[in-house]
Design a protein around this ligand. Structure first.
Ligand SMILES: *Cc1c(COP(=O)(O)O)cnc(C)c1O
Length: 370
């Protein structure tokens, strides 16, 4: 990357597609015209050739080793984003059964998934945080799971509300636990054995738009009926090593590089989690120290390490905050229209110095305008 292009890069707090690690972008740039050994760009080669097969296998094995995923699980690279999983999960695990799928609703993405599942069978909100405007996750005593539920679904990090679970919600062993981890996948270690399915679109915390990672316990693969459209059947993708049709080759390639960066440069997911906790704490400390000026959306105990959401005393101050932040090279801080206020998305790729810069700006802004 030219020195000018690098220098023009701002601290990008976009919720997604979001910042990627600079060393990954630099490698992609270096290799873009000619992938070593391929004689062509990664954008120009067959997904069935050895060069790409090595790329997808290495992306899978790096993700497996980062998360400690055993062979009891398949790792799939699919298209259609998280949104397709809203339908694919109930199409495979609920359609045609008498069972009920239960959902824990803690924000916008869980609600969307719930609405799509309704088309496939019986569903039930085991918990719905709407009365408090989705500012927290439930505790174990707040909901009951049926022993024969088709699955228990939750969203580990609600990107729009900035509400995150700090551990898996309790779920009986007979019920597959399903998680939308789109905006916190690879932000910390995960006990994969507790899950039936964990999935994540890549464009928040793991890579570029275009690929969705699905980690699925193998005994769930053949739940889908043969009458499902082929693309919607998990079994087809698992049997074909994510090559049932053309996978999103470029996105898988970049995702693989991000995973390598996590393993080699960061030192794995324990180290990444430590950094993420410290980064988010810098912002929550400012919010708490200026609680008459900044109001955090999420309750303590449910605060996200990835998306820090808060409001200011007035819309005017919010607009002023955004404009003034942009002047300090702090970009894309506007909250989602459904919650308003400010959202600082501080995914893995956001360097600590970006968060320090925002924290300093927030202190300054509060003391000048409070
Ligand atoms: C962004 C996001 C989605 C939607 O992803 P698409 O790839 O646009 O379908 C779903 N769930 C969560 C938690 C998200 O952050």
């Amino acid at each position: 990357m030219s020195a000018t292009a690098t220098a023009q890069r701002v601290f990008n707090f976009s919720a997604g597609p979001a910042a990627l690690p600079l060393p990954v972008l630099q490698q992609v740039q270096e290799e873009l015209l000619c992938l070593p050994g391929a004689g062509a760009s990664v954008l120009e080669i067959s997904h069935r050739g050895k060069v790409f097969v090595d790329i997808i296998e290495s992306a899978e094995s790096t993700i497996r080793s980062l998360l400690g995923i055993s062979d009891d699980y398949a790792v799939l690279f699919l298209q259609g984003g998280a949104a397709l999983q809203f339908s694919m999960i109930p199409a495979n695990l609920l359609r045609g059964t008498d069972k009920t799928a239960q959902y824990l609703l803690t924000g916008s993405w869980g609600k969307k998934a719930f609405a799509e599942a309704r088309k496939e069978g019986k569903i039930e909100a085991a918990y719905d945080a709407k009365d408090s405007n989705y500012d927290h996750v439930p505790s174990a005593s707040d909901y009951t799971v049926r022993d024969d539920a088709a699955y228990l679904y939750y969203c580990s990090n609600e990107t729009i509300q900035g509400v995150q679970y700090d551990a898996e919600p309790p779920c009986p062993a007979s019920v597959p636990l399903v998680s939308d981890a789109s905006s916190d996948f690879l932000c910390r270690p995960l006990p994969i054995d507790k899950y039936g399915i964990v999935y994540a679109c890549a464009q928040k915390n793991a890579g570029p738009a275009g690929v969705t990672v699905v980690v699925i316990r193998r005994d769930l693969l053949d739940r889908g009926s043969e009458n499902l459209p082929g693309y919607l059947n998990y079994n087809n993708h698992a049997a074909a090593g994510s090559m049932w049709n053309t996978p999103p080759t470029f996105a898988v390639y970049v995702l693989g590089k991000v995973a390598r960066w996590l393993a080699d440069d960061i030192g794995g997911l324990d180290a990444m989690e430590k950094q993420n906790r410290e980064k988010s704490q810098l912002l929550y400390d400012v919010i708490d120290a200026h609680s008459d000026f900044y109001k955090g959306h999420a309750r303590a105990g449910s605060r996200s390490m990835m998306n820090v959401t808060f409001t200011l005393p007035s819309d005017e101050l919010q607009s002023k905050f955004l404009a003034s932040a942009a002047d300090h090279d702090l970009s894309s801080l506007k909250g989602h229209r459904s919650v308003g206020g400010i959202r600082a998305s501080i995914y893995n790729a956001m360097p600590r110095e970006g968060v320090e810069s925002l924290a300093g700006f927030m202190k300054d802004f509060a003391s000048k305008n409070g």
